[in-house]
Write a protein that binds this ligand. Structure first.
Ligand code: IPM
Ligand code: MG
Length: 361
């Protein structure tokens, strides 16, 4: 069988540490299945800027385009915060998203039973939570024009534009409905249709697409209400579909149901090459200390196996191995709790690898 080609882009901060662990897990999958993964490393983000003066060198974009999937760590850090917007590390990430045509960002929020106490919310509120945020990734104020800060009548004025075309809404709505159909068949679309015309169009188009999915129960909610409901009663949600900006905010909020942003993987889908990355950032404050939680990145590899390589069994096994390690009481610092056995990044990766190796078949 032809090997899968994977672009590995560790990025900045804790990126290289956590990606190393995820790559180890891929290695075990290769051992166990005979599937070959050809890994090619590339630079993105602040590190790429330091070396080439751009956060997304051509070479990296070409590497990504020529790959079957991209595994990304994280980008950014204080060192690059005063750079011009056009060359900030974040532009590297946004450039990859748009260059690869990745319009659908899937962020699963799953509360692991053994981590219930890590959540700042009451156990009864978060127990059993299993929801999926489908965030549109290529539109909205992130890419809308006009944009920028300029001088008008001697005063500075800052502008960003929230914009969506009907087609952009339709394709993400389809992704969300398709996904809901494989789950509990409940879809919530989040907008601000009481104030923003653009999201009124969003609501209309999502409703239209819904006519093709009679089995899926569709609801609409304003984003402010959704932010509140995610804390009050997150159990009501199955799949949530929303705009780029609202999805950015709501997914960070929802991650706290699980106790740590360090537990949320993500998949960005759209065209041929999908990208997989933890939902958290580069955590410069703990970079290099060997204490970062690699589980979101390891779980991102599971998403890669499921969505890009159709390897559901192996994806399930990785998730199971993670559950086992947590059940045995191992924790990185971000999810530590009384009585836990605190381990570092490498140890956590090793534990998952060991459990995975122990599965038969
Ligand atoms: C995310 C991040 C990015 C975003 C940043 C780093 C550009 O917050 O993936 O959620 O805003 O999309
Ligand atoms: Mg974000």
């Amino acid at each position: 069988m032809k090997p899968y080609r994977i672009a590995v882009l560790p990025g900045d901060g804790i990126g290289p540490e956590i990606v190393r662990e995820a790559v180890k897990v891929l290695g075990v999958v290769a051992e166990r299945t005979g599937v070959r993964f050809d890994l090619h490393e590339g630079l993105v983000g602040g590190g790429a800027y330091d070396r080439f003066g751009t956060p997304l060198p051509d070479e990296t974009m070409q590497l990504a385009l020529a790959s079957d999937a991209v595994l990304l760590g994280a980008v950014g850090g204080p060192k690059w915060e005063s750079l011009d917007y056009s060359v900030r590390p974040e532009r590297g990430l946004l450039g990859l998203r748009s260059g690869l045509g990745l319009y659908a960002n899937l962020r699963p929020v799953v509360v692991f039973e053994d981590l219930i106490d890590a959540s700042p919310l009451k156990p009864d509120v978060v127990r059993g939570i299993d929801l999926m945020i489908v965030r549109e990734l290529l539109g909205d104020a992130y890419f809308g024009k006009p944009r920028g800060v300029r001088i008008e009548n001697g005063l500075r004025i800052g502008i960003n534009t929230m914009v969506y075309t009907e087609e952009e809404i339709r394709r993400i709505a389809k992704t969300a409905f398709d996904l809901a159909q494989t789950r509990r068949k409940k879809l919530l679309s989040v907008d601000k249709a009481n104030v923003l015309e653009m999201t009124e169009l969003w609501r209309d188009v999502v409703t239209e697409v819904g006519r093709d999915y009679p089995e899926v129960e569709l609801r609409h909610m304003y984003v402010d209400n959704c932010a509140m409901q995610l804390i009050r009663n997150p159990g009501q949600f199955d799949v949530i579909v929303t705009t780029n900006m609202f999805g950015d905010i709501l997914s960070d909020e929802a991650s706290m149901l699980t106790g740590s942003l360090g537990m949320i993987p993500s998949a960005s889908l759209g065209a041929k090459t999908a990208m997989y990355e933890p939902s958290h950032g580069s955590a410069p404050d703990i970079a290099g200390k060997g204490i970062a939680n690699p589980l979101a990145t390891i779980l991102s590899v599971a998403m890669m196996l499921r969505h890009s390589f159709d390897r559901t069994a192996e994806a399930d096994q990785i998730e199971k191995a993670v559950r086992m390690v947590l059940k045995e009481g191992f924790r990185t610092e971000d999810i530590s709790q009384a009585g836990a056995r605190i381990v570092g990044t490498t140890e956590m990766g090793d534990l998952v690898v060991e459990r995975l190796r122990a599965f038969s078949g």
